[in-house]
Design a protein around this ligand. Structure first.
Ligand SMILES: CC(C)(COP(=O)(O)OP(=O)(O)OC[C@H]1O[C@@H](n2cnc3c(N)ncnc32)[C@H](O)[C@@H]1OP(=O)(O)O)[C@@H](O)C(=O)NCCC(=O)NCCS
Length: 425
């Protein structure tokens, strides 16, 4: 156990400061040693000004950093968001409030920078609710048993677009995906139905395509497929790997879908059909898909797509309620007054939402009587449309001051397509 009280500070430009911080982060994630190579690679992602460490007895014992992220809201507009990552406290210093202190500082700094909310992916569910974060998107891990899916040649052809209108799938080299992928993903993020999507950095694309390798990361290289429509325009991408397993002289392989992003329904279906028809494959695993992905229903027997896991993914913490709620679209026009409680004093207040449906909304502080009172983490869960105000009401996690107000909130806030984030950070 350490003896002196840890002191929190923001990192300086000194390279050794960053390396010491990275070693502490590794220890916090229970990785005993980090190679020089790994330190060098990981240092490139760290912006010292957005990075905090806690120091005791000359050692870094706790870490937390943020980076600038763009988050798509229902309707397709995006807002600046503070992505929180590398939250660790070394085992010798746990449960003394270090994480809480770092988060408070990180959230205050994000608010000062004008970031509309903070986001993270929670290692464990109970950690972040008390800091105002709520689960805002969920994801589904599918495992398709191709032997039960009914996708024989005829089954595939029944639902596959063919003829002169049809585009085609082609395999591309990693370098080509680095060119095709970023603008396609930008188009995807701007779709009205892409709530929950986050931007991908150049570094993300490099890591995804094998151009940046974290030492010790033994994941095999991926295949990259692009769907082009009949005019040759890329409308979807998918990346996957195959384990090439055989058993008793029969193919027994699993194809793992790493990602699939499509901007048209035609591209989405064509890419799924391609992935489901690769030879030597009996199982297709696709993790972190949207809970309402088309996947099960494009199989003649949808039960062949077993849900392995259905889990929370992106957590959001509102920091600027008017900016957040006025940047999204709503299913219909309507008014709602929300009283938001925030113990951290960052986003609390009473706000009048005046939604004009798909044309956006106004949201401003108000003195009108509140329709609903809720905590900031509940607003985090509701703001993309994933959670239901009615469900939170039944749980006693929000208060209704006008009968039907929770139902009205659901009518406004919920989305036809569920919000979805497929990226980890
Ligand atoms: C999770 C972690 C960062 C918490 O750090 P910490 O400094 O011990 O947390 P704090 O002391 O600030 O805890 C604040 C409160 O949250 C609770 N809490 C913290 N971690 C928790 C967990 N994993 N599960 C449930 N409650 C947790 C604490 O019990 C404490 O509650 P209390 O105030 O009622 O006593 C640390 O345990 C850790 O590094 N874990 C391994 C890496 C990890 O999971 N990081 C998160 C990545 S998303």
């Amino acid at each position: 156990m350490g003896t002196s009280d840890p002191v929190l500070r923001t990192l300086g430009d000194d390279a050794e400061d960053v390396r010491e911080w990275l070693r502490a982060a590794a220890a916090g994630f229970l990785q005993p040693a980090v190679s020089e190579d790994e330190l060098r690679t990981r240092a490139g992602a760290v912006d010292p000004e957005r990075t905090q460490g806690a120091y005791a007895d000359g050692r870094c014992v706790a870490t937390c950093r943020t980076f600038a992220q763009r988050l798509t809201l229902p309707g397709g507009r995006d807002v600046p968001c503070s992505a929180v990552t590398h939250v660790t406290v070394t085992a010798t210093h746990r449960r003394r409030g270090l994480m809480s202190a770092m988060l408070r500082r990180a959230l205050r700094a994000a608010k000062e920078r004008g970031e509309v909310c903070a986001s993270l992916i929670a290692a464990e569910y109970p950690i972040y609710g008390r800091h105002g974060f709520g689960p805002a998107t969920r994801a589904t891990d599918f495992r398709v048993d191709l032997t039960r899916a009914g996708l024989d040649r005829a089954g595939l052809d029944r639902t596959r677009a063919t003829g002169p209108e049809a585009g085609h799938v082609e395999l591309v080299a990693p370098e080509e995906l680095r060119t095709v992928g970023p603008p396609l993903h930008q188009r995807f993020r701007a779709l009205p139905t892409s709530a929950g999507a986050i931007d991908r950095s150049t570094r993300w694309w490099l890591a995804h395509t094998g151009g940046l390798r974290y030492p010790g990361d033994e994941r095999p290289d991926l295949f990259h497929a692009v769907y082009r429509d009949r005019d040759g325009t890329a409308q979807g991408i998918a990346s996957y790997r195959h384990d090439r397993r055989w058993a008793n002289s029969l193919p027994a392989g699993t194809l793992h879908v790493d990602e699939l992003t499509a901007v048209t329904a035609e591209a989405e279906l064509a890419l799924w059909h391609y992935l489901l028809s690769v030879d030597w494959t009996v199982t297709v695993c696709a993790d972190r898909r949207a809970p309402d992905d088309v996947l099960p229903l494009l199989l003649p027997d949808p039960r062949a797509a077993r849900i392995n896991r259905h889990h929370d993914l992106l957590w959001l913490r509102p920091l600027d309620v008017p900016a957040l709620l006025s940047a999204r679209d709503y299913r219909t026009a309507g008014n709602l007054v929300l009283e938001v409680h925030d113990e951290a004093g960052l986003a609390g207040g009473r706000y009048a939402l005046d939604a004009v449906g798909a044309q956006g909304a106004r949201c401003e502080p108000t003195t009108l009587t509140a329709d609903l009172t809720l905590g900031v983490s509940e607003l985090g869960s509701l703001c993309l449309g994933e959670e239901s105000a009615g469900r939170l009401l039944r749980l006693g996690r929000l208060d209704e001051h006008r009968p039907g107000a929770a139902d009205h909130a659901d009518l406004l806030l919920r989305t036809d397509r569920r919000p979805w984030c497929q990226d980890m950070f």
